[in-house]
Design a protein around this ligand. Structure first.
Ligand SMILES: [Zn+2]
Length: 180
């Protein structure tokens, strides 16, 4: 009896439906409608795009974001999931070859309880890390120079975008399961 109660839950059905359509109030649904430069979009894939975070945890902080307005992995199909991780891989290689970081933090916050700033639209963070950068961030966080640094970071990454595209094409060519 209690199982039936859980299954029959119209409220949950409404929630699942609402996660798949684009939302005019959602920043990650709106970003692709603007130019690459305005949105800091580094690359547009078939199902997801890569953009610089305008509020970075560190210089070069990239996000991989599906075009679909989904809160979690549940509503992404295999091709969308596969491209998401390929773009994540390509992002680490682009950042490594461009800025030579010592490491990365890569992750997702699913839900507001987990700290997601935009909880309704899934996005993977790729944050390059340098030894000692914690102190460096503490210094620059209190200055007004970050917007300039952001557009400079964007130009440098855009100039190196061939490295990213090469990795994506090579990975997709090697895969026989990806439906291009
Ligand atoms: Zn969205």
């Amino acid at each position: 009896m209690s199982n039936l109660k859980i299954l029959w839950n119209p409220w949950r059905f409404e929630y699942v439906k609402s996660t798949t359509k684009s939302d005019s109030n959602c920043i990650f649904c709106k970003l692709p409608n603007k130019s690459d430069e305005e949105s800091y979009i580094v690359y547009r894939g078939k199902y997801s795009y890569i953009a610089l975070n305008a509020y970075p945890y560190n210089s070069g902080h990239l996000m991989i974001i599906p075009y679909k307005h989904v809160a979690c992995f549940d509503n992404l199909n295999n091709n969308e999931l596969f491209e998401l991780i390929v773009l994540t891989k390509a992002s680490t290689i682009l950042l490594r070859e461009t800025f030579n970081p010592d490491g990365f933090n890569i992750g997702l916050n699913i839900g507001r309880a987990a700290g997601a700033g935009v909880a309704d639209h899934i996005h993977i963070h790729v944050v390059p890390r340098w030894i000692g950068d914690t102190n460096f961030m503490a210094i620059i966080a209190s200055t007004k120079t970050l917007p300039v640094a952001l557009s400079e970071t964007y130009s440098i990454l855009k100039n190196n975008v061939d490295k990213l595209i090469n990795v994506i094409n090579k990975t997709l060519l090697e895969s026989d399961s990806f439906d291009q």
